[in-house]
Design a protein around this ligand. Structure first.
Ligand SMILES: Cc1cc2nc3c(=O)[nH]c(=O)nc-3n(C[C@H](O)[C@H](O)[C@H](O)COP(=O)(O)OP(=O)(O)OC[C@H]3O[C@@H](n4cnc5c(N)ncnc54)[C@H](O)[C@@H]3O)c2cc1C
Length: 386
């Protein structure tokens, strides 16, 4: 974690830790077993988060948010990472994409997300277009001043049935120096519009209780004021947010790895076999040492990327490195923790198996490890003409 933490950030960290201790940790096991967050519990977390100033803390004060800068956000996200998205996502961090709202959109979409009256989804992935975003089939065609939206999305996640979705759709083809490229536009699409079906989709074994939704659009009519940002600039709009999102994934991975490592260390110090604590066997002790090295390195990578972002110098490659390194570090820590716990690591009554399952998703969402490596490779080779 950051070597130098300001007094302000120490207070913030303390607020988050107390919040998790009182409002989140006590419910983790029950939610994982039932696969559901009772609505009253979700609303209670929302209400308490508003009371302590954590709700929408990521957005600027100018729009009613908490005004956290990147450094403070990384501290908060690292702490949230210790628990499950099923619960911590009720402490909303509305997508910064909503800052692109203009005119009436501000009152219809941005403001209610800041106050918690509305919830949004970020809908990019499709059944046949996951890593290959440009393979998207969802499209919108002009009809006079309106747009007619068709297609589908899946794996679109959120804590609760949303009020609207930010939907990415192809609205044409652009000629670029690298050949024809789909023109992608972001639309604000209200749940309940004729032709828009939004329902709960597949159930994920990571973060049980966190929902994925599947969305389908059958000739959904959208007015020109439903475009978020500029027509044809949807991917550019989402790009900056996706980059920071990958850094927040990295920070959450560090938090979860720290929680697992502390459990592993405690177990290794107290569990005895052959008359000795198992941590005194080099095979176990070195696992702990490697966890500590991996976690320290991952934290430094996050801190470095946050500094670059603060200076406005963060590149796609920086975020990709954070995402791939931190998520893989976490998975190694989770697997080694199971190993150190032995059979107990896989027993339902222990949290290890839950954190191990939760960790697995981090290598997949927000762009898989392979796609992150692809981004890094591209950044290395492109300047060389490759
Ligand atoms: C629980 C959950 C929540 C999610 N939430 C959201 C959300 O809110 N909004 C949203 O838009 N999306 C969301 N996603 C989607 C997520 O971002 C995608 O699952 C992810 O990008 C991978 O796409 P895919 O699952 O279709 O896998 P695929 O793209 O089919 O990939 C399958 C495998 O092939 C590999 N692969 C693919 N292409 C290449 C390549 N060129 N080189 C090397 N390897 C390759 C991948 O790395 C992977 O290992 C969510 C997913 C999950 C599981």
């Amino acid at each position: 974690m950051n070597a130098v933490v300001s007094h302000e950030n120490e207070l913030l960290l303390n607020t988050v830790q107390c919040f998790l201790k009182d409002e989140i940790y006590p419910h983790e096991d029950a939610v994982d077993r039932s696969g559901e967050v009772p609505l009253e519990l979700g609303r209670q977390i929302e209400a308490r988060a508003k009371e302590v100033g954590l709700f929408a803390a990521n957005l600027p004060e100018a729009v009613g948010g908490g005004g956290l800068n990147y450094t403070s956000s990384s501290i908060v996200e690292r702490e949230y990472g210790k628990t499950t998205h099923a619960l911590q996502s009720w402490i909303a961090r509305p997508t910064e994409l909503l800052l692109a709202c203009e005119g009436d959109q501000v009152a219809r979409y941005l403001d209610p997300c800041v106050t918690g009256e509305k919830r949004e989804l970020f809908a990019l992935t499709e059944p046949e277009a996951g890593s290959d975003v440009m393979g998207m089939k969802t499209n919108a065609k002009r009809d006079g001043r309106d747009w007619i939206l068709n297609g589908s999305k899946h794996f679109i996640s959120g804590p609760v049935m949303p009020d609207f979705a930010i939907v990415f759709a192809a609205t044409g083809i652009d000629e670029t120096p690298r050949g024809p490229r789909k023109r992608v536009t972001a639309f604000l699409v209200d749940v309940g519009l004729p032709g828009f079906d939004c329902r709960e989709g597949h159930k994920c074994v990571s973060y049980r209780g966190y929902k994925t939704f599947q969305l389908s659009f059958d000739n959904v009519r959208l007015g020109p004021d439903q475009i978020l940002g500029e027509e044809g600039r949807g991917l550019e709009l989402s790009g900056k947010w996706l980059g920071m999102g990958r850094i927040w994934v990295g920070a959450t991975c560090c938090g979860k790895a720290e929680r697992l490592m502390n459990m592993a260390a405690d177990w290794a110090a107290n569990r005895k076999q052959f008359g000795k604590p198992i941590g005194t066997f080099q095979a176990t002790g070195f696992r702990l040492a490697d966890m500590a090295i991996g976690l320290r390195t991952a934290d430094l990578l996050v801190t470095d990327a946050v500094r670059r972002a603060d200076e406005g110098k963060m590149q796609d490659m920086d975020a990709a490195m954070v995402k791939v390194y931190c998520s893989e570090m976490l998975n190694k820590v989770a697997d080694d923790t199971v190993q150190i716990f032995g059979g107990m690591g896989l027993m339902e009554e222990m949290p290890i198996q839950r954190l191990w399952r939760d960790s697995r998703l981090e290598r997949i969402w927000d762009g898989t490890s392979e796609i992150q490596r692809h981004i890094i490779t591209r950044s290395i080779l492109r300047p060389l003409g490759g």
